[in-house]
Design a protein around this ligand. Structure first.
Ligand SMILES: NC(=O)c1ccc[n+]([C@@H]2O[C@H](COP(=O)([O-])OP(=O)(O)OC[C@H]3O[C@@H](n4cnc5c(N)ncnc54)[C@H](OP(=O)(O)O)[C@@H]3O)[C@@H](O)[C@H]2O)c1
Length: 404
């Protein structure tokens, strides 16, 4: 258990010096990212990825769309995990028509709405029940509702925290059995330099205590910092034998739909600065690099042996960098880990249980059961799916399937 003194140390905000350092990181990234990344080609050349199985969340727009398209174009089996399957199907149609490959792209769609933890559980159950190995999970989907008032999901959580941190954390944990089956495998979290300008209060991740004034900027940057802290603990707690690497990436500052909520006048200015900002293809490079570079698992293992308090963080220039000093506070990170598990409805021992293929419970929707266990505790609606088996779409009764 993390100590209560760590809880006391959880800061309500950065000191002015930390604040200044954080914002100088953000400003440096905006103005110098092109120079720092000038050695990279766009699109990033990828090796043949035949047989690599990847899930990309938020693949209907911006960076995620580019990640999914380029992985599929290089031969990977890609699942677009999206909240708008119709949009995803129409993208696939376009890509199939445009592809330079001789064979068709191996790309499919599964519905996932990160604003619903139930949807995350259903998605994971459906995927795990297929018994397929998963090599790469890319947690890309995210929101930045700039200037909007505080909103809460139906699960009761602040929406930035839920979409950017809690739901991806639940997805990553519930997919561990498939990632273990696909080892060596990787979980990649598309993070942001904005995590440098915030703190996380593990006792108030929902911003309801009134100790900190909520703003969309605070909500977004705090959710991204929580994601780094959670990833650091996951990296530390996953045994090396699991063969699963955890990587956070900074995509750089890019022109995407992430600014859809900006006031119209600001959006005009935003569109006028393409010379500084990346396009989505350029911003997809760090995630694609983290997903495919053969040295990444060795680098992650090295960090573990060196007892470095963080997982790998790959910058927009595809170089390893340090995350913020705040994210390196293991005492607070442990509290964020515990609080996150509590909020997503998992018990403290879920990591070991999932890796060992044991039965676990999640507060959201279902009991999970090992296929060897005859009792079937899950009572979910059927889900339509059609994965890498073109022509034989089906309906699966969902159940959670874990093998050791
Ligand atoms: N653009 C930047 O400058 C920048 C900088 C740093 C970090 N990032 C991070 O990069 C990631 C991708 O952002 P982007 O710039 O590509 O933005 P984007 O164009 O707005 O794409 C975001 C994607 O997330 C999906 N999404 C949003 N809410 C969702 C939900 N509840 N459930 C499932 N999917 C959901 C969106 O789906 P729909 O298409 O259905 O809306 C969309 O596909 C985010 O994590 C963002 O924080 C971006």
């Amino acid at each position: 258990m993390a100590s209560s003194s760590a809880s006391d140390q959880a800061k309500q905000g950065l000191s002015w010096m930390e604040w200044l350092q954080g914002w100088s990181n953000v400003i440096y990234e905006i103005f110098f990212q092109r120079i720092e990344a000038r050695h990279l080609k766009s699109p990033l050349p990828l090796p043949p990825l035949n047989d690599l199985c990847c899930i990309v969340t938020g693949a209907t727009s911006g960076i995620g769309l580019e990640i999914a398209r380029q992985l599929a174009e290089s031969g990977a089996n890609v699942v677009m995990a999206v909240r708008n399957p119709t949009a995803a199907h129409s993208l696939i149609q376009t890509w199939q028509n445009q592809t330079s490959r001789k064979d068709s792209l191996k790309i499919d769609v599964m519905e996932l709405n990160l604003l619903s933890l139930e949807s995350v559980v259903r998605f994971s159950e459906t995927w795990n029940s297929l018994g397929k190995p998963l090599n790469v999970l890319i947690n890309n989907a995210g929101i930045f509702s700039i200037g909007e008032p505080q909103k809460f999901s139906n699960d009761g959580y602040e929406t930035h925290m839920q979409v950017n941190h809690l739901a991806p954390a639940l997805l990553s944990l519930l997919l561990l059995p498939s990632l273990k089956r696909g080892a060596p495998s990787r979980i990649i979290n598309v993070n942001s330099v904005m995590h440098f300008v915030s703190t996380v209060d593990p006792n108030d991740m929902n911003f309801v205590s009134g100790k900190r004034k909520f703003s969309s900027l605070e909500g977004y940057s705090s959710s991204k910092l929580a994601q780094v802290m959670f990833s650091n603990v996951l990296h530390k707690r996953l045994p090396t034998e699991s063969g699963i690497s955890i990587i956070c990436v900074g995509p750089g500052c890019a022109q995407t739909n992430v600014a859809r909520d900006l006031p119209k006048i600001v959006q005009v200015g935003y569109r006028l600065i393409p010379l500084i900002l990346f396009n989505a293809e350029e911003a997809s490079r760090s995630a694609l690099f983290a997903a495919t570079d053969p040295e990444i698992p060795k680098y992650c293992a090295q960090l573990r042996w060196d007892e470095w308090p963080a997982c790998a963080y790959i910058s927009y220039s595809c170089r390893p960098v340090n995350p913020s000093n705040e994210s390196l506070r293991m005492d607070v990170s442990s509290l964020v880990w515990e609080k996150t598990l509590d909020m997503i409805g998992l018990s403290g021992d879920c990591l070991d249980m999932l890796l060992e293929g044991k039965e676990i419970q999640c507060r959201y929707l279902c009991f999970f059961t090992n296929p060897c266990t005859p009792k079937f505790l899950c009572t979910c609606a059927p889900v339509n799916f059609q994965l890498f088996d073109h022509g034989s779409a089906g309906t699966a009764n969902i159940r959670f399937w874990m093998t050791t």
